[in-house]
Design a protein around this ligand. Structure first.
Ligand SMILES: *[C@@H]1O[C@H](CO)[C@@H](O)[C@H](O)[C@H]1NC(C)=O
Ligand SMILES: *[C@@H]1O[C@H](CO)[C@@H](O)[C@H](O)[C@H]1NC(C)=O
Ligand SMILES: *[C@@H]1O[C@H](CO)[C@@H](O)[C@H](O)[C@H]1NC(C)=O
Ligand SMILES: *[C@@H]1O[C@H](CO)[C@@H](O)[C@H](O)[C@H]1NC(C)=O
Ligand SMILES: *[C@@H]1O[C@H](CO)[C@@H](O)[C@H](O)[C@H]1NC(C)=O
Ligand SMILES: *[C@@H]1O[C@H](CO)[C@@H](O)[C@H](O)[C@H]1NC(C)=O
Length: 188
């Protein structure tokens, strides 16, 4: 086989392999990093911190494992699978799903889990434009907009909470999560 023919053959095989891979995952939608927006919260990234979902930059002192993540939405299962931005952490990463405690009356931290836990729900997540919604409960009068944030300490990092009833709080504020970085980060 001459070099030209093998080059053409290679290009053809590479092309068909690419088409196959794309066909195999029709229900996977890349989401990227999720960012929180609310009063005084203008696009803080959601990151993994010892199994919890936190909002902000850097590693809080009381956390041993913190890493930025990107998500992939399974549009059939309505789950959000996480992947670490740090390649060193990819080795032992189990691709945990974002969870919330969606039971009535809950005001609970959101996090990441690889296990099925009846206390938590990992399904019902979908996007309305760029905004993340939880549409798991038709009784939810607020149409799945119950993400809140509460400051954790003095380091500018916030906890992400699911406030099922959108109950008033002295410390927490309602936020939305978007697959859209703030303008300051959007330039790169
Ligand atoms: C937002 O920041 C302003 C100025 O620092 C402060 O007065 C206000 O209480 C903050 N609002 C919330 C909801 O944290
Ligand atoms: C996430 O990335 C931002 C830069 O985009 C960085 O400032 C921050 O420290 C990172 N967070 C973690 C937990 O590594
Ligand atoms: C998405 O979820 C469906 C239903 O649970 C599953 O059959 C499919 O393999 C998943 N797709 C991906 C890309 O993980
Ligand atoms: C994580 O990595 C993705 C892909 O490289 C990037 O678009 C995103 O900005 C990163 N997130 C943070 C918070 O740095
Ligand atoms: C992955 O887990 C193994 C076994 O627990 C451990 O020895 C190794 O250091 C871990 N690697 C990373 C990058 O954390
Ligand atoms: C679910 O998670 C909560 C909080 O981490 C824990 O207390 C509970 O034991 C877990 N339940 C199961 C069935 O694993």
């Amino acid at each position: 086989m001459g070099p030209q023919i093998s080059l053409v053959l290679f290009a053809f095989l590479a092309c068909s392999a690419f088409t196959k891979a794309a066909d195999a995952v029709p229900n996977a939608m890349p989401v990227g990093t999720l960012y929180a927006y609310g009063q005084n919260i203008s696009g803080l990234p959601l990151f993994y911190a010892d199994g919890l979902a936190l909002l902000g930059y850097g590693q809080p002192e009381d956390i041993s494992e913190a890493v930025n993540v990107t998500f992939t939405s399974n549009t059939t299962a309505t789950t959000l699978k996480s992947s670490p931005n740090n390649t060193a952490m990819a080795t032992n990463w189990t691709q945990p799903l974002l969870y919330i405690d969606a039971t009535a009356g809950s005001f609970t931290e959101a996090g990441f889990t690889s296990l099925t836990n009846t206390s938590y729900t990992t399904t019902g997540f979908s996007f309305w434009g760029r905004q993340l919604m939880w549409l798991g409960n038709s009784d939810d009068g607020s149409v799945g907009r119950s993400f809140w944030a509460a400051p954790r300490g003095k380091d500018g990092v916030w906890s992400l909470l699911w406030n099922s009833d959108n109950a008033a709080s002295e410390i927490a504020v309602p936020i939305v999560l978007k697959r859209q970085p703030p303008p300051s980060l959007d330039k790169n």
